[in-house]
Design a binder for this molecule. Structure first.
Ligand code: PGA
Length: 272
C-alpha cells in the first residue's frame, strides 16, 4: 500500500485529484467506482473544478457507486443516488446511461445484486475505485464481520454507522438500518484503489487498515491483499500509524527516484 501523508485536508484532496486526473487522462473511457460521504465530496468538488477548467472529461466515463440505503427511492433527498446527482453527476458531462447504481427498492435483492456484479464485469471491471473508510473500518457498507470475499449484497448497518450518518437525516426514523453494498471481494477486483481519510476520528481505523492484522473485524484491512492501493491521509488520520516515519521517507524518496530517472533519461537522450 502506498501511504501518502499530507499536512491537511486541502493537500489530501489536491493529491487525490491529481491521481484521478492522471487515470482519467490515460483512459478517457475509464470506469470509476464511486463512494459517498463527507471525504469523497471534497474530491468531487475538485473534479468539478477540474472539469470546468477543461482538465478532465466525463463524456466516455462509466461509474458504479458502492452502495445505497435500503428503503429509499432514488429521488429521496438522502438517497446516495440523489447525493451523487447533487455533488457530481449534475455538474459534469457524464452520460446518464453510463451511471450505475444499486436500487434502494429492489424487487428481488439477491437477483438485483447479482445483476450489478454482472454489469461491472460487462463494463470491463472497475479501473479506479475511490473509497472512504468508516470509523469502524468499513469500506462501502461492509461492516465489521463482513466476509473478506463477499460480493454485492445487503448488510445491516452498525449502530456506529447509523450514528455517524444520522446527521444527514432530519428525523430519526428516516435513517435506514440496511444497505446494499458491493462486497469486499467486489472492491478487491478493481484494478486500482484510492482511499481517502481525514481527521482524528479516522486514526484508529486507518492504523487497523494499514498495519493491523488481516481481519473481517476491519474490512478495510483486506486492502492489504490488493497490489495497487494508494492511501492519502492528513496528519490527524495518520496519527496512530506506527510506521509513519517510513511512509514519509518512502514518499520523499519516491519523488527523488523519479527525478533521478528523469535526469537519466535526459542524459541518455543527449548522448544518443
Ligand atoms: P465520511 O464516510 O467520508 O463521511 O467520513 C466515509 C465512510 O463511511 O466510508
Amino acid at each position: 500500500m502506498l501511504v501518502l501523508i499530507h499536512p491537511n485536508e486541502a493537500a489530501v484532496i489536491a493529491e487525490a485529484y491529481g491521481i484521478v486526473r492522471r487515470h482519467m487522462t490515460a483512459k478517457p473511457a475509464i470506469t470509476l467506482g464511486l463512494a459517498t460521504g463527507g471525504t469523497p465530496v471534497r474530491l468531487y468538488e475538485a473534479m468539478i473544478a477540474g472539469y470546468s477548467r477543461g482538465e478532465i472529461d466525463f463524456a466516455r466515463v462509466k461509474t458504479f457507486n458502492l452502495d445505497e440505503y435500503v428503503g429509499l427511492a432514488q429521488d429521496h433527498p438522502q438517497s446516495y443516488y440523489h447525493f451523487m446527482n447533487v455533488h457530481l453527476f449534475n455538474l459534469v458531462n457524464i452520460q446518464r446511461r453510463n451511471i450505475h447504481f444499486l436500487s434502494g427498492l429492489p424487487h428481488d435483492i439477491e437477483k438485483h445484486c447479482e445483476e450489478y456484479e454482472k454489469l461491472i464485469v460487462k463494463a470491463g471491471g472497475i479501473d479506479l475505485q475511490i473509497l472512504g473508510i468508516g470509523r469502524d473500518g468499513h469500506i462501502g457498507f461492509n461492516e465489521p464481520s463482513s466476509s473478506l470475499c463477499s460480493r454485492t449484497r445487503d448488510k445491516t448497518l452498525t449502530r456506529e454507522t447509523i450514528e455517524d450518518n444520522r446527521r444527514f437525516f432530519t428525523k430519526d426514523e428516516d435513517m435506514p438500518r440496511w444497505a446494499l453494498t458491493m462486497g469486499v471481494g467486489t472492491i478487491l477486483d478493481s484494478r486500482n484503489i484510492l482511499v481517502l481519510a481525514t481527521g482524528r476520528a479516522k486514526a484508529n481505523a486507518v492504523a487497523a487498515m494499514v498495519e493491523g492484522p488481516l481481519t473481517a473485524m476491519c474490512p478495510a484491512s483486506a486492502l492489504q491483499m490488493h497490489p495497487r492501493v494508494t492511501l492519502v491521509v492528513d496528519e490527524a488520520a495518520a496519527s496512530k500509524l506506527n510506521q509513519d516515519a517510513y511512509y514519509r521517507w518512502m514518499q520523499a524518496n519516491d519523488y527523488r527516484m523519479y527525478d533521478l530517472l528523469e535526469k537519466g533519461k535526459r542524459t541518455r537522450r543527449r548522448r544518443a
